[in-house]
Write a protein that binds this ligand. Structure first.
Ligand code: AVJ
Length: 332
C-alpha cells in the first residue's frame, strides 16, 4: 500500500508534533480518511474554537447568503409558520450551538420547552443558560451529544407537540443516504407521542439550487475567509492526531458539482507534501487533494420526497422572493 507504510524517520523541516488529543477510535477514523486514495476529512473537524469563529465570520460575508436569507424567510413567513407548527410546544434543536436561532423560534412559537443538543456540551450549557434568562417562561435544557449517533432525551421532556428544528441547511453536509438516516432519527424524536392526533413535526432549512456563480462566490469569497476556514481543518487535525500538516501549503478549492447538485470543498497541495503522524504518514503530490466538505443543494421536490421517505408527511415550504432558500415544515 502506497500510503500506509511508516515513513523513514529522516530529519524533517517542522517541529515534532504534540501528542494526539483525539481518542484511539476517533484518531483511527481520521487517519483512515487521510489514507484513502482520495483523501478526505469529515467537515465536523472544521469547528474547533477558531473554526467556529471563522464560520461566524462567513455568515456575515456579503457572498454568503444562506444565513441571512434563512432569517429573512423566518421573518417574512412568521405567522404562517406559527399557524402550521402550532404554539406552546417543545422545540428540539440538534447542533443548537449559540441558541440564537432557537431564541427567535421559541419566542415566535411561545414554546414551553426547549432541548438543545450539541457535541460542544460546555458551550451549549452556557448558551442555554442565557436563553433561560432571555425567555423566563421557557423550560430550556442542554443535552451533550451527537445527533448522528442517536440521542436520548431526558424523560421529563413532553412527548406531545414536539418540533425538531434543524436550521442552517446543515442537512446538506450529509450524503443523501446519511441525510435520510438522520431524518428518520429526527422522525423518531418528533413522534414520541405515538398518537395519530399528535402534532409533532420538523422545521428544517434547505439551501436550494441556484445560479452557479452565486453558489461559487458563497464558498469562495473575495476576502478569503472561507479559504482560511477550509485550511483551519488541518491545524485542528494536527492537534487531534499529532500530524504535521502545514496549512499554508494547501490551496482552497470550491466548485459546484452539477451531477451531484453539491458544492465541494477541497484542499489542494501547493507542492509535493510529506505529512507525518505518530506511526505513519502520507506523501501528497503537487495538486493532490483532500476532500473536506459537500454541501448539497436540493431541489425542493427532491427534499420533500426525502422527508416523506423518512416518515414525514404534509410538507409545507416557505422561501425568500428569489427562491434561494426554503424553510420546510412536515408532520411526523
Ligand atoms: C454550516 C453546513 C451550513 O454548507 O454552507 C460554509 C458550512 N462551508 N462555508 C454550508 C460552510 C463553507 C455550511 N453549513
Amino acid at each position: 500500500m502506497r500510503h500506509s507504510h511508516p515513513l523513514p524517520g529522516a530529519a524533517h523541516h517542522r517541529q515534532a508534533a504534540l501528542p494526539p488529543e483525539a481518542g484511539a477510535q476517533e484518531r483511527a477514523q481520521i487517519l483512515h480518511g487521510l489514507l484513502q486514495p482520495q483523501a478526505r476529512l469529515s467537515p465536523k473537524y472544521f469547528y474547533d474554537q477558531h473554526g467556529s469563529e471563522l464560520f461566524e465570520a462567513i455568515t456575515r460575508l456579503p457572498e454568503y447568503y444562506p444565513t441571512r436569507t434563512e432569517r429573512a424567510v423566518l421573518r417574512r413567513h412568521a405567522r404562517a409558520i406559527r399557524a402550521a407548527v402550532g404554539a406552546g410546544g417543545v422545540v428540539i434543536e440538534p447542533g443548537a450551538g449559540s441558541c440564537e436561532k432557537a431564541r427567535v423560534l421559541c419566542r415566535l412559537l411561545a414554546a414551553r420547552q426547549f432541548v438543545g443538543v450539541d457535541i460542544s456540551a460546555d458551550y451549549l450549557q452556557a448558551a442555554v443558560a442565557r436563553l433561560r434568562a432571555q425567555l423566563p417562561g421557557l423550560d430550556a435544557r442542554a443535552v451533550g451529544g451527537d445527533i448522528t449517533a442517536g440521542v436520548q432525551l431526558p424523560d421529563d421532556i413532553a412527548r406531545q407537540q414536539r418540533l425538531v428544528f434543524y436550521p442552517g441547511s446543515s442537512i446538506g453536509n450529509f450524503d443523501p443516504d446519511m441525510a435520510l438516516a438522520l431524518l428518520r432519527h429526527m422522525h423518531t424524536l418528533a413522534s414520541a407521542g405515538g398518537q395519530a392526533q399528535d402534532t409533532g413535526g420538523i422545521l428544517i432549512g434547505i439551501d436550494l439550487p441556484k445560479d452557479v456563480a452565486v453558489l461559487q462566490a458563497a464558498y469562495d469569497d473575495d476576502s478569503g475567509v472561507t479559504a482560511a476556514f477550509n485550511r483551519n481543518i488541518l491545524a485542528h487535525v494536527n492537534r487531534l492526531v499529532g500530524s504535521d500538516f502545514d496549512p499554508q501549503q494547501w490551496r482552497h478549492e470550491a466548485f459546484f458539482n452539477t451531477t451531484a447538485s453539491r458544492i465541494e470543498m477541497h484542499l489542494a497541495a501547493c507542492g509535493p507534501q510529506r505529512v507525518r503522524w505518530p506511526g505513519g504518514g502520507r506523501d501528497f503530490a503537487a495538486g493532490e487533494r483532500i476532500h473536506t466538505e459537500n454541501s448539497y443543494k436540493y431541489p425542493l421536490a427532491d427534499f420533500t420526497a426525502l422527508l416523506q421517505r423518512a416518515g414525514f408527511h404534509a410538507p409545507q415550504a416557505w422561501t425568500d422572493e428569489r427562491g434561494w432558500y426554503a424553510l420546510v415544515h412536515a408532520r411526523a
